[in-house]
Design a protein around this ligand. Structure first.
Ligand code: ADP
Length: 453
């Protein structure tokens, strides 16, 4: 049984309904026009016959007598066609002669202006009566034109239109049903694929529809969405795994130290102090990591304004210099104002600068360049530090990814700094890329759109 709330059913139904309405309107117009035309023809032929009779009477009238009529009905017959009949009536409406008794008459009520269609004895006729002079007598010709052939023609036409209409509706219903199938079948396939691709479902549905039309586009978009969702899913899983792993080490360290203190050193003041120091360090590490994770999770809109890039970079340079002295700076900034967030730009630059310092040996040498490139503003942060081996370069933006864990941890690194930088840059419509040569240095290139807001 066909479901009535499906797109396919509605499509077929509405196609059929529209077709029926259109057909009925069309048939109505056609039938009315045809019947008018046929009726006008009949009226015309009746009028011609009557006029011929009148002309004959008019021409021969003075020489004719009623007896002549009675004798010559055969001659008068020639003026009429088979479905027509005429009567000659006297002043009182009494019939004198009837020519060709083919059609019935209504009761005589005097002369009429034109042919009228009337129903007599269940038969449609056109009827008219006119006056004429015969010598000194005033007589009437009454004419009856049977509409039987017109009626049967009309009935025939009506039935043909009805039968053809039924056939037309059935065919259009079927055509609508099959055409809608072309549209709805791939949609149903898509729905099944969506159900099968739900997270947690074992089987993977493949979509076979590959036409270059709207549904094809929808299918391809959906496939892209599925791929993206899978990626995000696995990234999320990996991220949660990493977070728990990273949190486990400080917790284990704290647990071990507390257990040792309970067992051996409650009364040893020195051991109590050392353990408290270790606990404090671990708590600070965990706090820093929590803050960074919270930063990463923040997705809300930040306040944007016209930001003077030069000022922000100088502020970041100043703050970095205060934390990690000494540093050799080479700064060339073409002034520009970007529609951006002050805080985010500062966070991006300081993160890159602290990395440049932390991953340099001896006195860090850092170069910062800022200039317009077409419709974008390019900021490059370059160092002459330890560099990154090629196989690690593509992964340094991944959460918790550190090339050298010991070195990273030494400065309180979490492996989340560059993940945040990339997220902030991309959230503001920018791009970030990195090139690095081991033992020689690393270059981060940022591109921000200059929008003329
Ligand atoms: P971390 O907290 O470990 O510094 P980041 O996300 O900031 O985490 O960086 C990820 C890794 O990328 C770092 O552990 C480091 O190995 C590498 N890295 C980042 N910046 C530089 C740089 N300027 N020079 C060399 N290596 C870098």
């Amino acid at each position: 049984m066909m479901k009535t709330n499906t797109l396919r059913f509605k499509w077929s139904l509405w196609t059929a309904v529209t077709m029926i309405i259109t057909y009925i309107l069309l048939a109505f117009v056609l039938l009315t026009a045809l019947s008018q035309w046929l009726l006008a023809n009949e009226r015309n032929s009746a009028q011609i016959s009557l006029s011929e009779l009148q002309n004959y009477m008019g021409a021969r009238g003075p020489f004719l007598t009623i007896q002549d009529f009675e004798r010559n009905t055969g001659l008068l017959n020639q003026f009429l066609s088979r479905n027509q009949s005429a009567k000659i009536l006297n002043q009182d409406g009494i019939e004198i002669v009837q020519i060709n008794p083919a059609a019935p008459y209504p009761s005589f009520l005097g002369p009429t202006e034109a042919f009228r269609s009337v129903e007599v004895e269940g038969q449609e006729i056109l009827y008219r009566a006119v006056e004429f002079q015969l010598g000194n007598d005033s007589l009437y010709i009454a004419m009856s034109h049977s509409l039987t052939s017109y009626s049967s023609m009309f009935t025939y036409l009506l039935w043909s239109i009805i039968l053809f209409g039924i056939l037309f509706v059935i065919v259009s219903g079927f055509v609508g049903y099959f055409l809608s199938g072309i549209l709805t079948n791939p949609l149903l396939q898509l729905k099944e694929a969506m159900q099968a691709n739900m997270p947690g479902q074992e089987k993977q549905a493949m979509l076979s529809y590959n036409q270059q039309d709207e549904i094809g586009e929808l299918t391809r978009e959906y496939q892209r969405l599925v791929e993206r969702t899978k990626q995000v899913y696995s990234m999320q899983e990996q991220f949660i795994g990493n977070v728990s792993h990273e949190l486990r080490s400080p917790i284990q360290a704290m647990e071990g130290n507390v257990a040792m203190l309970q067992r051996w050193g409650k009364d040893d003041q020195e051991m109590v102090n050392t353990t408290l120091d270790i606990l404090k360090d671990e708590i600070v590490k965990m706090k820093r990591m929590m803050e960074t994770l919270l930063d990463l999770a923040k997705q809300h809109e930040v306040h944007q304004e016209w930001v003077n890039v030069e000022d922000i970079i100088h502020q970041a340079v100043k703050d970095t210099s205060e934390t990690y002295e000494p540093i050799l700076w080479d700064i060339q900034i073409e002034p520009v104002k970007l529609w951006f967030s002050n805080i985010l730009l500062y966070q991006i630059i300081t993160n890159l600068l602290s990395n440049a310092v932390r991953y340099s040996q001896d006195t860090p040498s850092i170069q910062i360049k800022g200039k317009r490139v077409k419709n974008s503003y390019e900021i490059c942060v370059m160092d002459e530090g330890i560099g990154i081996e090629e196989q690690h370069v593509s992964r340094i933006f991944e959460p918790f990814y550190t090339v050298d864990e010991t070195r990273s941890k030494q400065y309180g690194g979490t492996g989340l700094g560059l993940t945040i930088v990339k997220q902030l840059v991309e959230r503001s419509g920018g791009q970030i890329e990195v090139t690095s040569v081991l033992h020689s240095g690393t270059k981060f290139r940022l591109l921000f759109p200059i929008n003329n807001k």
